[in-house]
Write a protein that binds this ligand. Structure first.
Ligand SMILES: NC(=O)c1ccc[n+]([C@@H]2O[C@H](COP(=O)([O-])OP(=O)(O)OC[C@H]3O[C@@H](n4cnc5c(N)ncnc54)[C@H](OP(=O)(O)O)[C@@H]3O)[C@@H](O)[C@H]2O)c1
Length: 319
């Protein structure tokens, strides 16, 4: 099976690429910047030029392809890219996939779309899910929650740098997940015909509230967090007045917004039912504690190395 991956340079996309290559798939990535994507080429990927904001560049990327995994989304730093990429680009992608008679289209969507249709990205994702279903292309949709990777910037780095962490008083659980595990589900879907034409709300095995994550980081960093609390009502008001969280923030921030809005979360026993469908043992899923532990160990090692290099440099100066 030859795979076309969109968003291969992204946080999730690169994990999908890596695992697809390990599994022996022939992988092609649609990329808009060859220099930035060079690491994928070094891994053994075929790079083709394509830009979701330039629909005419998409169809040629499908030559000889049998399945597509779309893990792309507009970069928040690119003004006005949201509609061009997450709507027009995705529609063009579906059209090209249909014309190429693609056997499976895997789309990475987000949880809680219905509750957040006032947030443009959520509304567009909801619309694309509908268009994909209507296209009659065999599909699998994953509605994802937040990624562990986003928590480093949200919690670990501010604690290490003694910067404030903004939280509300709400205790909403979010079942974050490591992108390595999400990638596993995406690839497993290709091997399981029963997952065709289905939507899965995918989350990690445990729901986490902000205070638990902060406590975990504090323990591992050996430092206290500067936690700043802001009432949910005020946050909602600010977001309404200034319209932020709408266009300018990155996806993890936008999803953090889901966290602070204190809605019923999707984490439940159905999570484990999904693991069963995908024949994935919950024990295989990377736990947030282990993810953070590994991050802090790597960081400490790096700091020790830097310290060692500095001492060596000083010694050389003295000699
Ligand atoms: N992050 C989260 O917590 C989270 C939670 C739920 C769902 N999701 C969804 O999961 C998917 C992956 O998210 P992520 O955080 O891994 O994304 P990401 O790191 O921001 O990566 C976005 C990818 O899309 C590509 N892209 C952007 N504009 C493009 C264009 N015009 N043409 C072609 N490619 C373009 C980027 O390529 P360049 O490198 O060239 O910019 C990059 O590879 C997305 O669909 C996202 O909505 C994410």
């Amino acid at each position: 099976m030859s795979l076309l991956i969109i968003g291969g340079t992204g946080t999730l996309g690169r994990q999908i690429v890596l695992q697809a290559l390990t599994k022996g798939y022939k992988v092609r990535c649609l990329v808009r910047n060859f220099r930035k994507a060079n690491f994928l080429k070094e891994w053994g990927v075929e790079l083709v030029y394509g830009d979701l904001s330039r629909p005419e560049t998409i169809p040629p990327c499908f030559k000889g392809i049998s399945a597509v995994i779309d893990a792309s989304t507009s970069r928040p730093t690119e003004l006005y890219a949201l509609k061009t990429v997450d709507w027009n680009g995705k529609l063009a992608l579906i059209e090209a996939a249909k014309a190429a008679n693609i056997q499976r289209f895997i789309f990475c969507s987000a949880q809680n779309l219905e509750q957040f249709s006032n947030i443009p990205l959520m509304k567009l994702k909801q619309g694309i899910e509908i268009k994909l279903k209507q296209s009659k292309i065999p599909y699998t949709i994953f509605r994802l929650s937040g990624f562990y990777q986003g928590l480093i910037e949200q919690y670990a780095i501010p604690i290490l740098e003694n910067l404030p962490i903004w939280v509300t008083n709400e205790n909403t659980c979010v079942s974050y997940m490591d992108t390595q595990d999400i990638a596993k589900f995406c690839l497993r879907a290709l091997q399981l015909p029963d997952t065709t034409n289905k939507t899965f709300v995918l989350g990690g095995p445990k729901g986490w509230i902000s205070s638990e994550i902060i406590q975990l980081c504090e323990q591992l960093a050996g430092q206290s967090a500067k936690v700043q609390r802001i009432p949910l009502l005020i946050l909602k008001l600010i977001s309404k007045v200034f319209g932020f969280f709408e266009w300018g923030q990155d996806i993890s921030d936008r999803l953090a917004f889901a966290e602070i809005l204190n809605i019923e979360n999707n984490f439940s026993k159905s999570t484990f039912d999904i693991y069963k469908i995908f024949k994935i043992d919950p024990e295989e899923i990377i736990k947030l504690d282990d993810y953070f532990l590994e991050y802090f160990i790597r960081l400490l090692k790096r700091l020790r190395d830097i310290n060692f290099e500095d001492v060596q440099k000083q010694k050389n100066l003295i000699i």
